[in-house]
Design a protein around this ligand. Structure first.
Ligand code: SF4
Ligand code: SF4
Length: 203
């Protein structure tokens, strides 16, 4: 039997702002919580947005590369991260939780929506399978309430943003990869955190 779907553009769950609020430990709690991924060319744009709006932000490195065997960190940074504004690492500083404004889905609006990072544009697509089928982040509320029918939604814009990220952040197979431990997260987890700084990843 052939099932023909009517593809609708992806739309956030009414009232949800979860992905702009809750940050995750990645790849494990030891590394602390991550921020919103920023490519190097986005860093300056986001810093300018913050200056223009008078928003206080914190940007940390995320992934670095080195060609040589060295112990003191990478020689180039290929990804940064925009950290949450709360001490537990949550809540993007550009999420407008103070005014009465609302996003189209009724959630909190993004103050820099038109200039938001590619990572925000790609979400909730996390990656694609070998057959180029989009895989969604199951933490997204949309995935939780649409478990049976995510394929009925069109994710063209999200996939285009993911493609840009992949194209702009290719990692040479010979490079050594470093990940930045943020030392940011829930108070109860603090004892598990690595010191803030670069950690060489297993080859
Ligand atoms: S978690 Fe999912 S449904 Fe909620 S705002 Fe983010 S993308 Fe939209
Ligand atoms: S930049 Fe905007 S869309 Fe991205 S996490 Fe922050 S508030 Fe959300």
């Amino acid at each position: 039997m052939v099932v023909s779907y009517i593809y609708r553009p992806f739309r956030c769950v009414d009232g949800c702002s979860d992905c702009c609020i809750y940050r995750q430990y990645f790849p494990s709690v030891e590394y602390g919580k991550t921020g919103v991924l920023l490519l190097p060319h986005e860093k300056l744009r986001i810093e300018n947005c913050a200056k223009r709006d008078g928003t206080e932000i914190k940007i940390l490195p995320r992934i670095g590369l080195s060609d040589e065997c060295r112990n003191d960190g990478p020689d180039r940074i290929i990804m940064y991260q925009l950290m949450g504004k709360e001490t537990d690492g949550n809540t993007c500083p550009f999420l407008d939780i103070e005014s009465d404004k609302k996003a189209p889905n009724g959630g909190y609006p993004c103050k820099i929506y038109e200039e938001r990072p590619l990572a925000c544009q790609a979400y909730p697509v996390s990656h694609c399978t070998k057959n180029q089928n989009p895989v969604l982040d199951t933490r997204c509320k949309f995935c939780k309430v649409n478990v049976d029918s995510p394929e009925k939604y069109s994710l063209i814009k999200e996939l285009a943003a993911l493609k840009k990220i992949k194209g702009l952040s290719r990692i040479s197979t010979t490079a050594r990869v470093w990940r930045y431990a943020t030392h940011i997260g829930e108070k109860k987890d603090r004892k598990k955190f690595l010191p803030e700084g670069w950690v060489l990843q297993d080859m």
